[in-house]
Design a protein around this ligand. Structure first.
Ligand SMILES: Nc1ncnc2c1ncn2[C@@H]1O[C@H](COP(=O)(O)OP(=O)(O)OP(=O)(O)O)[C@@H](O)[C@H]1O
Length: 645
């Protein structure tokens, strides 16, 4: 070394030595598989161990499918464990089993032993979080608003609002989201965050509360290689900070593979390898499978462990390879049996007891959820402009067709036709809008409820309160164009009632959309069921089938038909007091008085008030059904039966 650099070199060596000693002191002291180490914030770290995990599903035809077969392993603090294997190998099933979040499935048997820091999972006090594969957010909220909302709802009551906001801000910085903190999340209609940013936001939402055990299902799926690497770097950093990170991953690029500390390989539910990622290639080499030079080891493993369906011979050969690797690993692995008594999950379905209480009072939940719903509906310009344009164009078309109807005999039929299509238009536009949006929102709500962020009642009431003003605007817009254009009853009070009936019908139709959307398994299913029900309501809407001719067995349909109630109310509002021009001088056989129209339709005993009451009952019934379905649909998890050693 040149003489002037000697002091610098001595300085560097001494700093390195000090660092080395400090790191040595920080190394975990482990006793009987238990980690007693705490991270820099003094929080207890988590060692997760599992053995004999099996999952079998009995099919409807009586056959069985082994999703997981006797899988054992360990995830350690400060290390990133990747669960790899071919598609259908059982990665997500194992991750769910370790997180205690295997969805309840009929005919499924789930067995195994899971311990946290040497304690049965249900008894250990620790915090875990699970980042699902699909990122789901309110599209109109920004990154900052999303994290603030999650912090306000989920962080403990003991923290002040300012502390919660500070926690959200710290996460924004830590996840490298500062540049996009005020960008809305976005959706298919309006672009917002990139895929990688969305994934980091998902991770951020789960990191609130500082979990020490983090599960992630395919965190890089759908991301380009740069975004995937950034996400994995975030996970690696979390692991370095003392978190135990477990993620499933399909086929990572080599730079991501190099980030893994530990690896667990599954194929066909069988364990092919579990241990250090570095040693995995030596294991395959020992079995006679060498990674070619300059080849991505992850791709090599994926090809080696997949069943090749291209031909019967190829399939048989690949299955033999899987069996060979499974047997080879089983023969060299140290048995990891913890015994049933120690592993039985005493918590509900084995899910950790921490974080299972709603943290905010009911009024605070309602206030926060109202704010969120209001932001979502009021900022959704694409949907609102679309709805406004559709209502204006329908009103212009109907206004043009039924332009200034006058009082001729033919105008009687025209009036009935306009009132019927007006009722159908208001109902259909509200229903379709709701069916398009609600099933997705329901999935977000179910996820948040699984984390006990809030109750159904505050969510549902604040949603209704936030959406009502905007929901009322569209039928009013339609009514205020079509009413004067068509020349309906020329009294202001009748116009006001016309607007009221259409608005109430629009709300009733939205409530039907909520009820259908709350039980339909997907948006597509909801869009198939909802309009089908509406067609039935249109047929019995009072115009096509006379109220007096409905068969007895089907008399409940007109009572439930929101179209019929709206049409009847609109007729009760329009016809009384109107006089029509007779064709002949004596007027015989003609409809001269509006009341005669009501008689012909079978509405002679009806009043606007009566139809409003029935419509309100339909609305309340649908709200009640939605509430009950949402409440009943809290996701249930499969119980893991302990395995006796
Ligand atoms: N509830 C269930 N009912 C029926 N079969 C199931 C169920 N859960 C999992 N399986 C089956 O178990 C196997 C493993 O599924 P799993 O989702 O765990 O695989 P994976 O490795 O995560 O696949 P991918 O990489 O494609 O997501 C698959 O064949 C799947 O069809």
């Amino acid at each position: 070394l040149p003489q002037h650099q000697v002091p610098v070199a001595i300085g560097s060596v001494s700093i390195g030595l000090v660092r080395h000693l400090v790191q040595k002191r920080r190394k975990p002291k482990r006793r009987n598989g238990q980690s007693r180490e705490r991270d820099e914030a003094g929080q207890k770290q988590v060692t997760l161990e599992w053995d004999s995990i099996s999952c079998t599903i009995t099919t409807k035809k009586g056959g069985t499918k082994e999703v997981l077969q006797d899988v054992s392993g360990e995830a350690k603090p400060g290390r990133l464990l990747a669960i790899m294997g071919p598609s259908g190998g059982g990665k997500t099933s194992l991750l769910n089993a370790l997180a205690g979040q295997v969805p309840e499935t009929k005919g499924m048997q789930l067995q195994g032993n899971v311990r946290v820091n040497g304690q049965p999972r249900g008894r250990a006090a620790y915090k875990q979080a699970y980042v699902q594969q699909e990122d789901m957010f309110y599209a109109q909220l920004t990154v900052r608003e999303t994290l603030n909302m999650a912090a306000a709802l989920r962080l403990p009551r003991s923290m002040s609002p300012r502390e919660k906001e500070a926690a959200a801000e710290a996460l924004i910085r830590r996840l490298g989201l500062t540049g996009s903190a005020d960008t809305p999340v976005g959706d298919a209609k309006k672009r917002g965050l990139s895929g990688g940013e969305k994934k980091r936001l998902s991770i951020g939402c789960e990191l609130l509360g500082n979990p020490k055990l983090l599960f992630l299902d395919e965190p890089t799926s759908g991301l380009d290689s740069f975004a995937a690497e950034k996400v994995m770097q975030t996970l690696k950093d979390l692991a370095r900070e003392g978190c135990t990170v477990v993620c499933s991953i399909h086929q990572p690029r080599s730079s991501i593979f190099a980030m893994f500390d530990d690896l667990l390989i599954l194929s066909e539910g069988k364990l092919l390898y579990e241990g250090s990622a570095e040693a995995s290639l030596r294991f395959f080499e020992a079995q006679g499978y060498h990674v070619p030079e300059h080849y991505n080891p992850a791709e090599f493993i994926a090809d080696l462990t997949a069943v090749d369906p291209s031909s019967p011979d190829a399939e048989a050969a690949s299955r033999r390879t899987i069996e060979k690797l499974h047997a080879a690993f089983a023969s060299q692995a140290v048995p990891r049996s913890m015994g049933a008594s120690s592993s039985s999950s005493s918590g509900a379905n084995g899910i950790p007891s921490t974080g299972s209480e709603v943290q905010c009072s009911l009024p605070v939940q309602a206030k926060l959820l109202f704010k969120r719903s209001w932001r979502q509906v009021s900022r959704d310009k694409a949907t609102n402009i679309g709805r406004a344009m559709s209502n204006v164009s329908s009103a212009i078309i109907f206004g043009g067709i039924f332009w200034r109807m006058g009082r001729s005999q033919s105008s009687v039929q025209d009036r009935m036709g306009l009132l019927q299509v007006g009722a159908i238009n208001a109902a259909m536009s509200s229903l379709v809008k709701c069916l398009n949006v609600f099933p997705k929102e329901r999935t977000i709500v179910q996820r948040e409820r699984a984390k006990s962020s809030y109750g159904v009642a505050p969510y549902f009431l604040s949603k209704l309160a936030a959406e009502s003003p905007i929901g009322a605007f569209f039928p009013l817009l339609f009514a205020s164009i079509v009413y004067p254009a068509a020349g309906l009853h020329p009294k202001l009070s009748r116009f006001a009632k016309f607007c009221g009936i259409l608005t109430l019908e629009s709300f009733a139709s939205t409530s039907l959309g909520l009820a259908v959307g709350s039980f339909a398994p997907s948006t597509d299913a909801a869009l198939a069921i909802g309009p089908g029900v509406m067609v039935l309501f249109i047929v019995f809407g009072g115009y096509y089938v006379n109220a007096g001719n409905v068969p007895k067995a089907l008399q409940w349909v007109p009572s439930a038909s929101l179209i019929k109630q709206a049409f009847e109310g609109l007729c009760d509002n329009e016809f009384p007091g109107l006089r029509f021009d007779p064709l002949s001088a004596d007027g015989s056989g003609d409809i001269v008085q509006g009341e005669q129209v009501l008689q012909r339709l079978g509405f002679e005993d009806s009043t606007v008030l009566k139809t409003v009451r029935t419509q309100t009952r339909i609305l309340l019934f649908n709200y009640w059904a939605t509430y009950c379905i949402l409440k009943a649909r809290k996701p249930g998890f499969q119980t893991m039966e302990p395995v006796i050693a």
